[in-house]
Ligand binder design. Structure first.
Ligand code: FES
Ligand code: FES
Length: 386
């Protein structure tokens, strides 16, 4: 198992560590740094007990690789000891009986603080929606929601939420047989740009990708202009009705123990001359009560030789129980994995080959995460040999 040397900031203190590629951030925090305020419940990214801030955004530390946090700033519940807003929340949680056993409380408080910072004064309905990624087995949520609502009263949304640290040093160096660097450029045929900062609607996430396909642009565009063909290449997707520029369809996704089937509709716009397509719409999963809105734009360009380059931009907003995945960096890896399956299915379809049965099945988070993990291992190993 490759070992990685990483440097990060935890609660304002610089930290150096040597970790296995599979080490989760929660393990580093709890077992190496003794920051046991970060609780670990499901270890599947579902319960929210392990939520910490990574670079100012709430993140599940149980499904975040420590190696990916190289260079990041992490704030755990202990990092809010002198934080005025967190003080108000702690006090309100006590007064409103927002905790019993306290297992969920660190994650609840971190998420609660993020809600108030992002929205300022907000309604109980909004709090329930935003808090839907944090599970509590004791309280029934009423006290938690009342506490957050009370603290939010009269507050305005803020831009920055994280207290910045002092200069004290806390350096950890775990012995390793063969320490290696974690950083390095990915070597993949699917390239990902960081989420676009400009033009992204408030509360939405965004990702841009460039996909190389080994066929000429006119051939690829013809296939991408056929929405039913596109959906047949995307795992879990199905177009059920298509009339003019309107469509109805299904998207099946399994995320850990949650299985959702988004039933939605949308509108497709195709610019044949510029080879640009746009699909916008939304859907709802009745079982989880989660809803999503999204917009997908694709553009087919000439590649470096006779191949094509597809520029894809995806923006989305999830609400309800799945909102917990909105701002998790892992979502970007999952989408990237879906994109690489899509490309290989598209190429198989263009060659007239059958799309492999496994690839068109709805994918669970487990298999997606394994694919993501393997890709990272290859990436890290590639870096080591340089
Ligand atoms: S322990 Fe991380 S989400 Fe449950
Ligand atoms: S207080 Fe016990 S799980 Fe929330």
């Amino acid at each position: 198992m490759p070992m990685l040397d990483i440097s990060l900031t935890v609660n304002g203190h610089p930290v150096k560590a040597t970790v296995e590629a599979r080490t989760q951030l929660s393990e580093l925090l709890r077992e190496e740094l003794n920051l046991t305020g970060t609780h670990v419940g499901c270890e599947q990214g579902v319960c929210g007990a392990c939520t910490v801030f990574v670079d100012g955004k709430p993140q599940r530390s149980c499904i975040s690789y420590a190696g990916d946090c190289d260079g990041s700033s992490v704030t755990t519940i202990e990092g809010f000891d002198d934080d005025a807003l967190m003080d108000q929340l702690r006090d309100a949680f006590s007064r409103h009986h927002g905790l019993q056993c306290g297992f969920c409380t660190p994650g609840m408080l971190i998420t609660a603080r993020d809600i108030i910072v992002r929205f300022g004064e907000t309604s109980a309905a909004r709090i329930r929606e935003e808090l839907s990624g944090n599970l509590c087995r004791c309280t029934g949520y009423v006290g938690i929601v009342e506490a957050i609502e009370e603290v939010s009263k009269g507050k305005a949304a803020l831009k920055s939420s994280i207290p910045v640290a002092t200069t004290e040093k806390a350096v950890i160096a775990k012995p390793a047989d063969a320490p290696r660097k974690a950083s390095g450029a990915p070597t993949r045929s699917v390239a990902t740009a960081p989420p676009a900062a400009a033009g992204v609607r408030k509360g939405w996430s965004s990702i841009e990708q460039r996909l190389n396909v080994g066929f000429p642009p006119e051939v690829v565009w013809d296939r991408l202009a056929d929405i039913r063909q596109v959906s047949s290449c995307l795992p879990g997707a199905e177009v059920t009705e298509l009339e003019g520029d309107r469509l109805k369809g299904l998207m099946n996704v399994a995320l850990g123990p949650m299985k959702v089937a988004f039933n939605g509709d949308g509108k497709v716009l195709l610019d044949q001359q510029k080879r640009i397509g746009r699909l916008s719409g939304g859907g709802r999963d009745v079982g989880s009560g989660s809803t999503t809105e999204g917009e997908l734009t694709w553009r087919v360009l000439q590649g470096e030789s006779s191949d094509s380059l597809i520029q894809v931009s995806l923006s989305w907003r999830l609400s309800g129980r799945l909102a917990q995945f909105n701002r998790v960096g892992l979502v970007q890896d999952v989408i990237q994995r879906l994109a690489s399956i899509f490309v290989s299915n598209l190429e198989a379809s263009l060659k007239g080959e059958a799309i492999s049965e496994r690839s068109v099945k709805p994918l669970g988070l487990g298999s997606l995460m394994w694919g993501v993990f393997k890709a990272r291992l290859v990436r890290w190993r590639g870096t080591e040999s340089q």
